[in-house]
Design a protein around this ligand. Structure first.
Ligand code: ZN
Length: 338
């Protein structure tokens, strides 16, 4: 049976997990004779009220490097969970999960969309202000990229599996962060926070500013550009907008920060222009050394997020004057307000 190297790696790791981790199949994504499991692998506390950190990859099949980085992070964490006493102690209080291949058929077929030609990141019932024509999501045809799916239809199986799982993970958690790994935009690695649907600031802007400040202070030489996603383009149907809005509508005082890592693939193309002619070229580092470098490039980010989740006093606060101050600074930085 056809399988994917990424899924083989996950399965190999699952076999070696022992009592350090737990694996689950969220759904099977199918197309003609292809049938792939969508795995979730979790580590740490099983308390629904524990803080949660999630890593997600492979939503856009063509951006294969996102799935591969997610698997690499999962493999490292699984190893550390076996021997690192500090991490073992941390995991008693928090939970970390990985869903590296949300759209495995897309990865296999080198398509952005799922087997039905739907762009999963345009598939949630969320309407944007002024999205860009086509790229922002449309309902014309699944033959065109960025297709949202039919109006009023249920979400696609892969999108629904992701949404259900993340909702369950964060439902009772006081603090949750997710990082969805993508590639294909710009020269720099970007960390995007909501919204994708509107250029207007989102309600927890102050938190993202505080997290960015903590990252800047802790790793002043980091290479991420932290910004609201809509500063680049607005889109309909973003799954993280949907999850964030649903969560904040249902809960009070619980914090959820959905982040996207958009790896700057234009740099790989700039250094190796010929790869633009290959299907995966514009979205993935094809040269061996560059590929390896990318796989290890985000280890520090994972470590930072684990620590930020475990020590929220360093960046999460609710004193009104402090929140206001952070919000003001965020508006100056990202929205040009003074
Ligand atoms: Zn993407």
């Amino acid at each position: 049976m056809t399988t994917l190297p990424e899924i083989q790696q996950i399965e190999k790791k699952i076999e070696a997990l022992g009592s350090t981790g737990r694996a689950e199949v969220l759904a099977y994504s199918e197309h003609e004779d292809l049938r792939f499991p969508i795995y979730k692998v979790s580590f740490g506390s099983q308390d629904p009220q524990a803080p949660v950190l999630g890593f997600v990859g492979g939503v856009h099949g063509l951006e294969r490097i996102g799935a591969q980085v997610c698997v690499a992070l999962m493999n490292s964490l699984a190893e550390l969970a076996q021997w690192d006493v500090t991490l073992q102690q941390t995991l008693q209080n928090i939970r970390i999960f990985f869903i590296p291949t949300v759209n495995p058929v897309g990865i296999q077929r080198k398509t952005r969309c799922n087997p039905n030609g739907v762009d999963l990141m345009r598939n949630a019932p969320v309407e944007a202000d002024n999205p860009q024509f086509l790229l922002g999501g449309h309902r014309f045809s699944n033959k065109l990229p960025w297709y949202r799916g039919k109006l009023g239809a249920p979400m696609q199986l892969e999108a629904q599996a992701l949404v259900d799982t993340v909702q369950k993970e964060i439902a009772q958690s006081p603090l949750a962060i997710t990082l969805d790994l993508h590639s294909g935009f710009g020269l720099q690695d970007r960390l995007w926070f909501p919204y994708a649907k509107t250029v207007k600031p989102y309600p927890d802007l102050h938190l993202c500013y505080a997290l960015k400040e903590l990252l800047d202070r802790t790793y002043p030489h980091h290479f991420y550009r932290v910004e609201p996603q809509a500063q680049n383009y607005t889109t309909h149907g973003d799954l993280w907008d949907y999850l964030y809005d649903n969560h904040s509508g249902r809960t009070q005082g619980q914090i959820y920060v959905p982040l996207c890592l958009e790896m700057g693939s234009w740099l790989w193309v700039k250094k190796n222009p010929w790869q633009i002619f290959s299907a995966e070229g514009p979205f993935n580092p094809l040269k061996g050394h560059r590929h390896k470098r990318t796989l290890r490039r985000h280890n520090t980010l994972m470590e930072f997020l684990i620590r930020a989740l475990s020590s929220p006093q360093a960046w999460v606060g609710n004193e009104p004057h402090k929140v206001q101050q952070l919000e003001q600074k965020a508006k100056e930085l990202w929205y040009g307000e003074r």
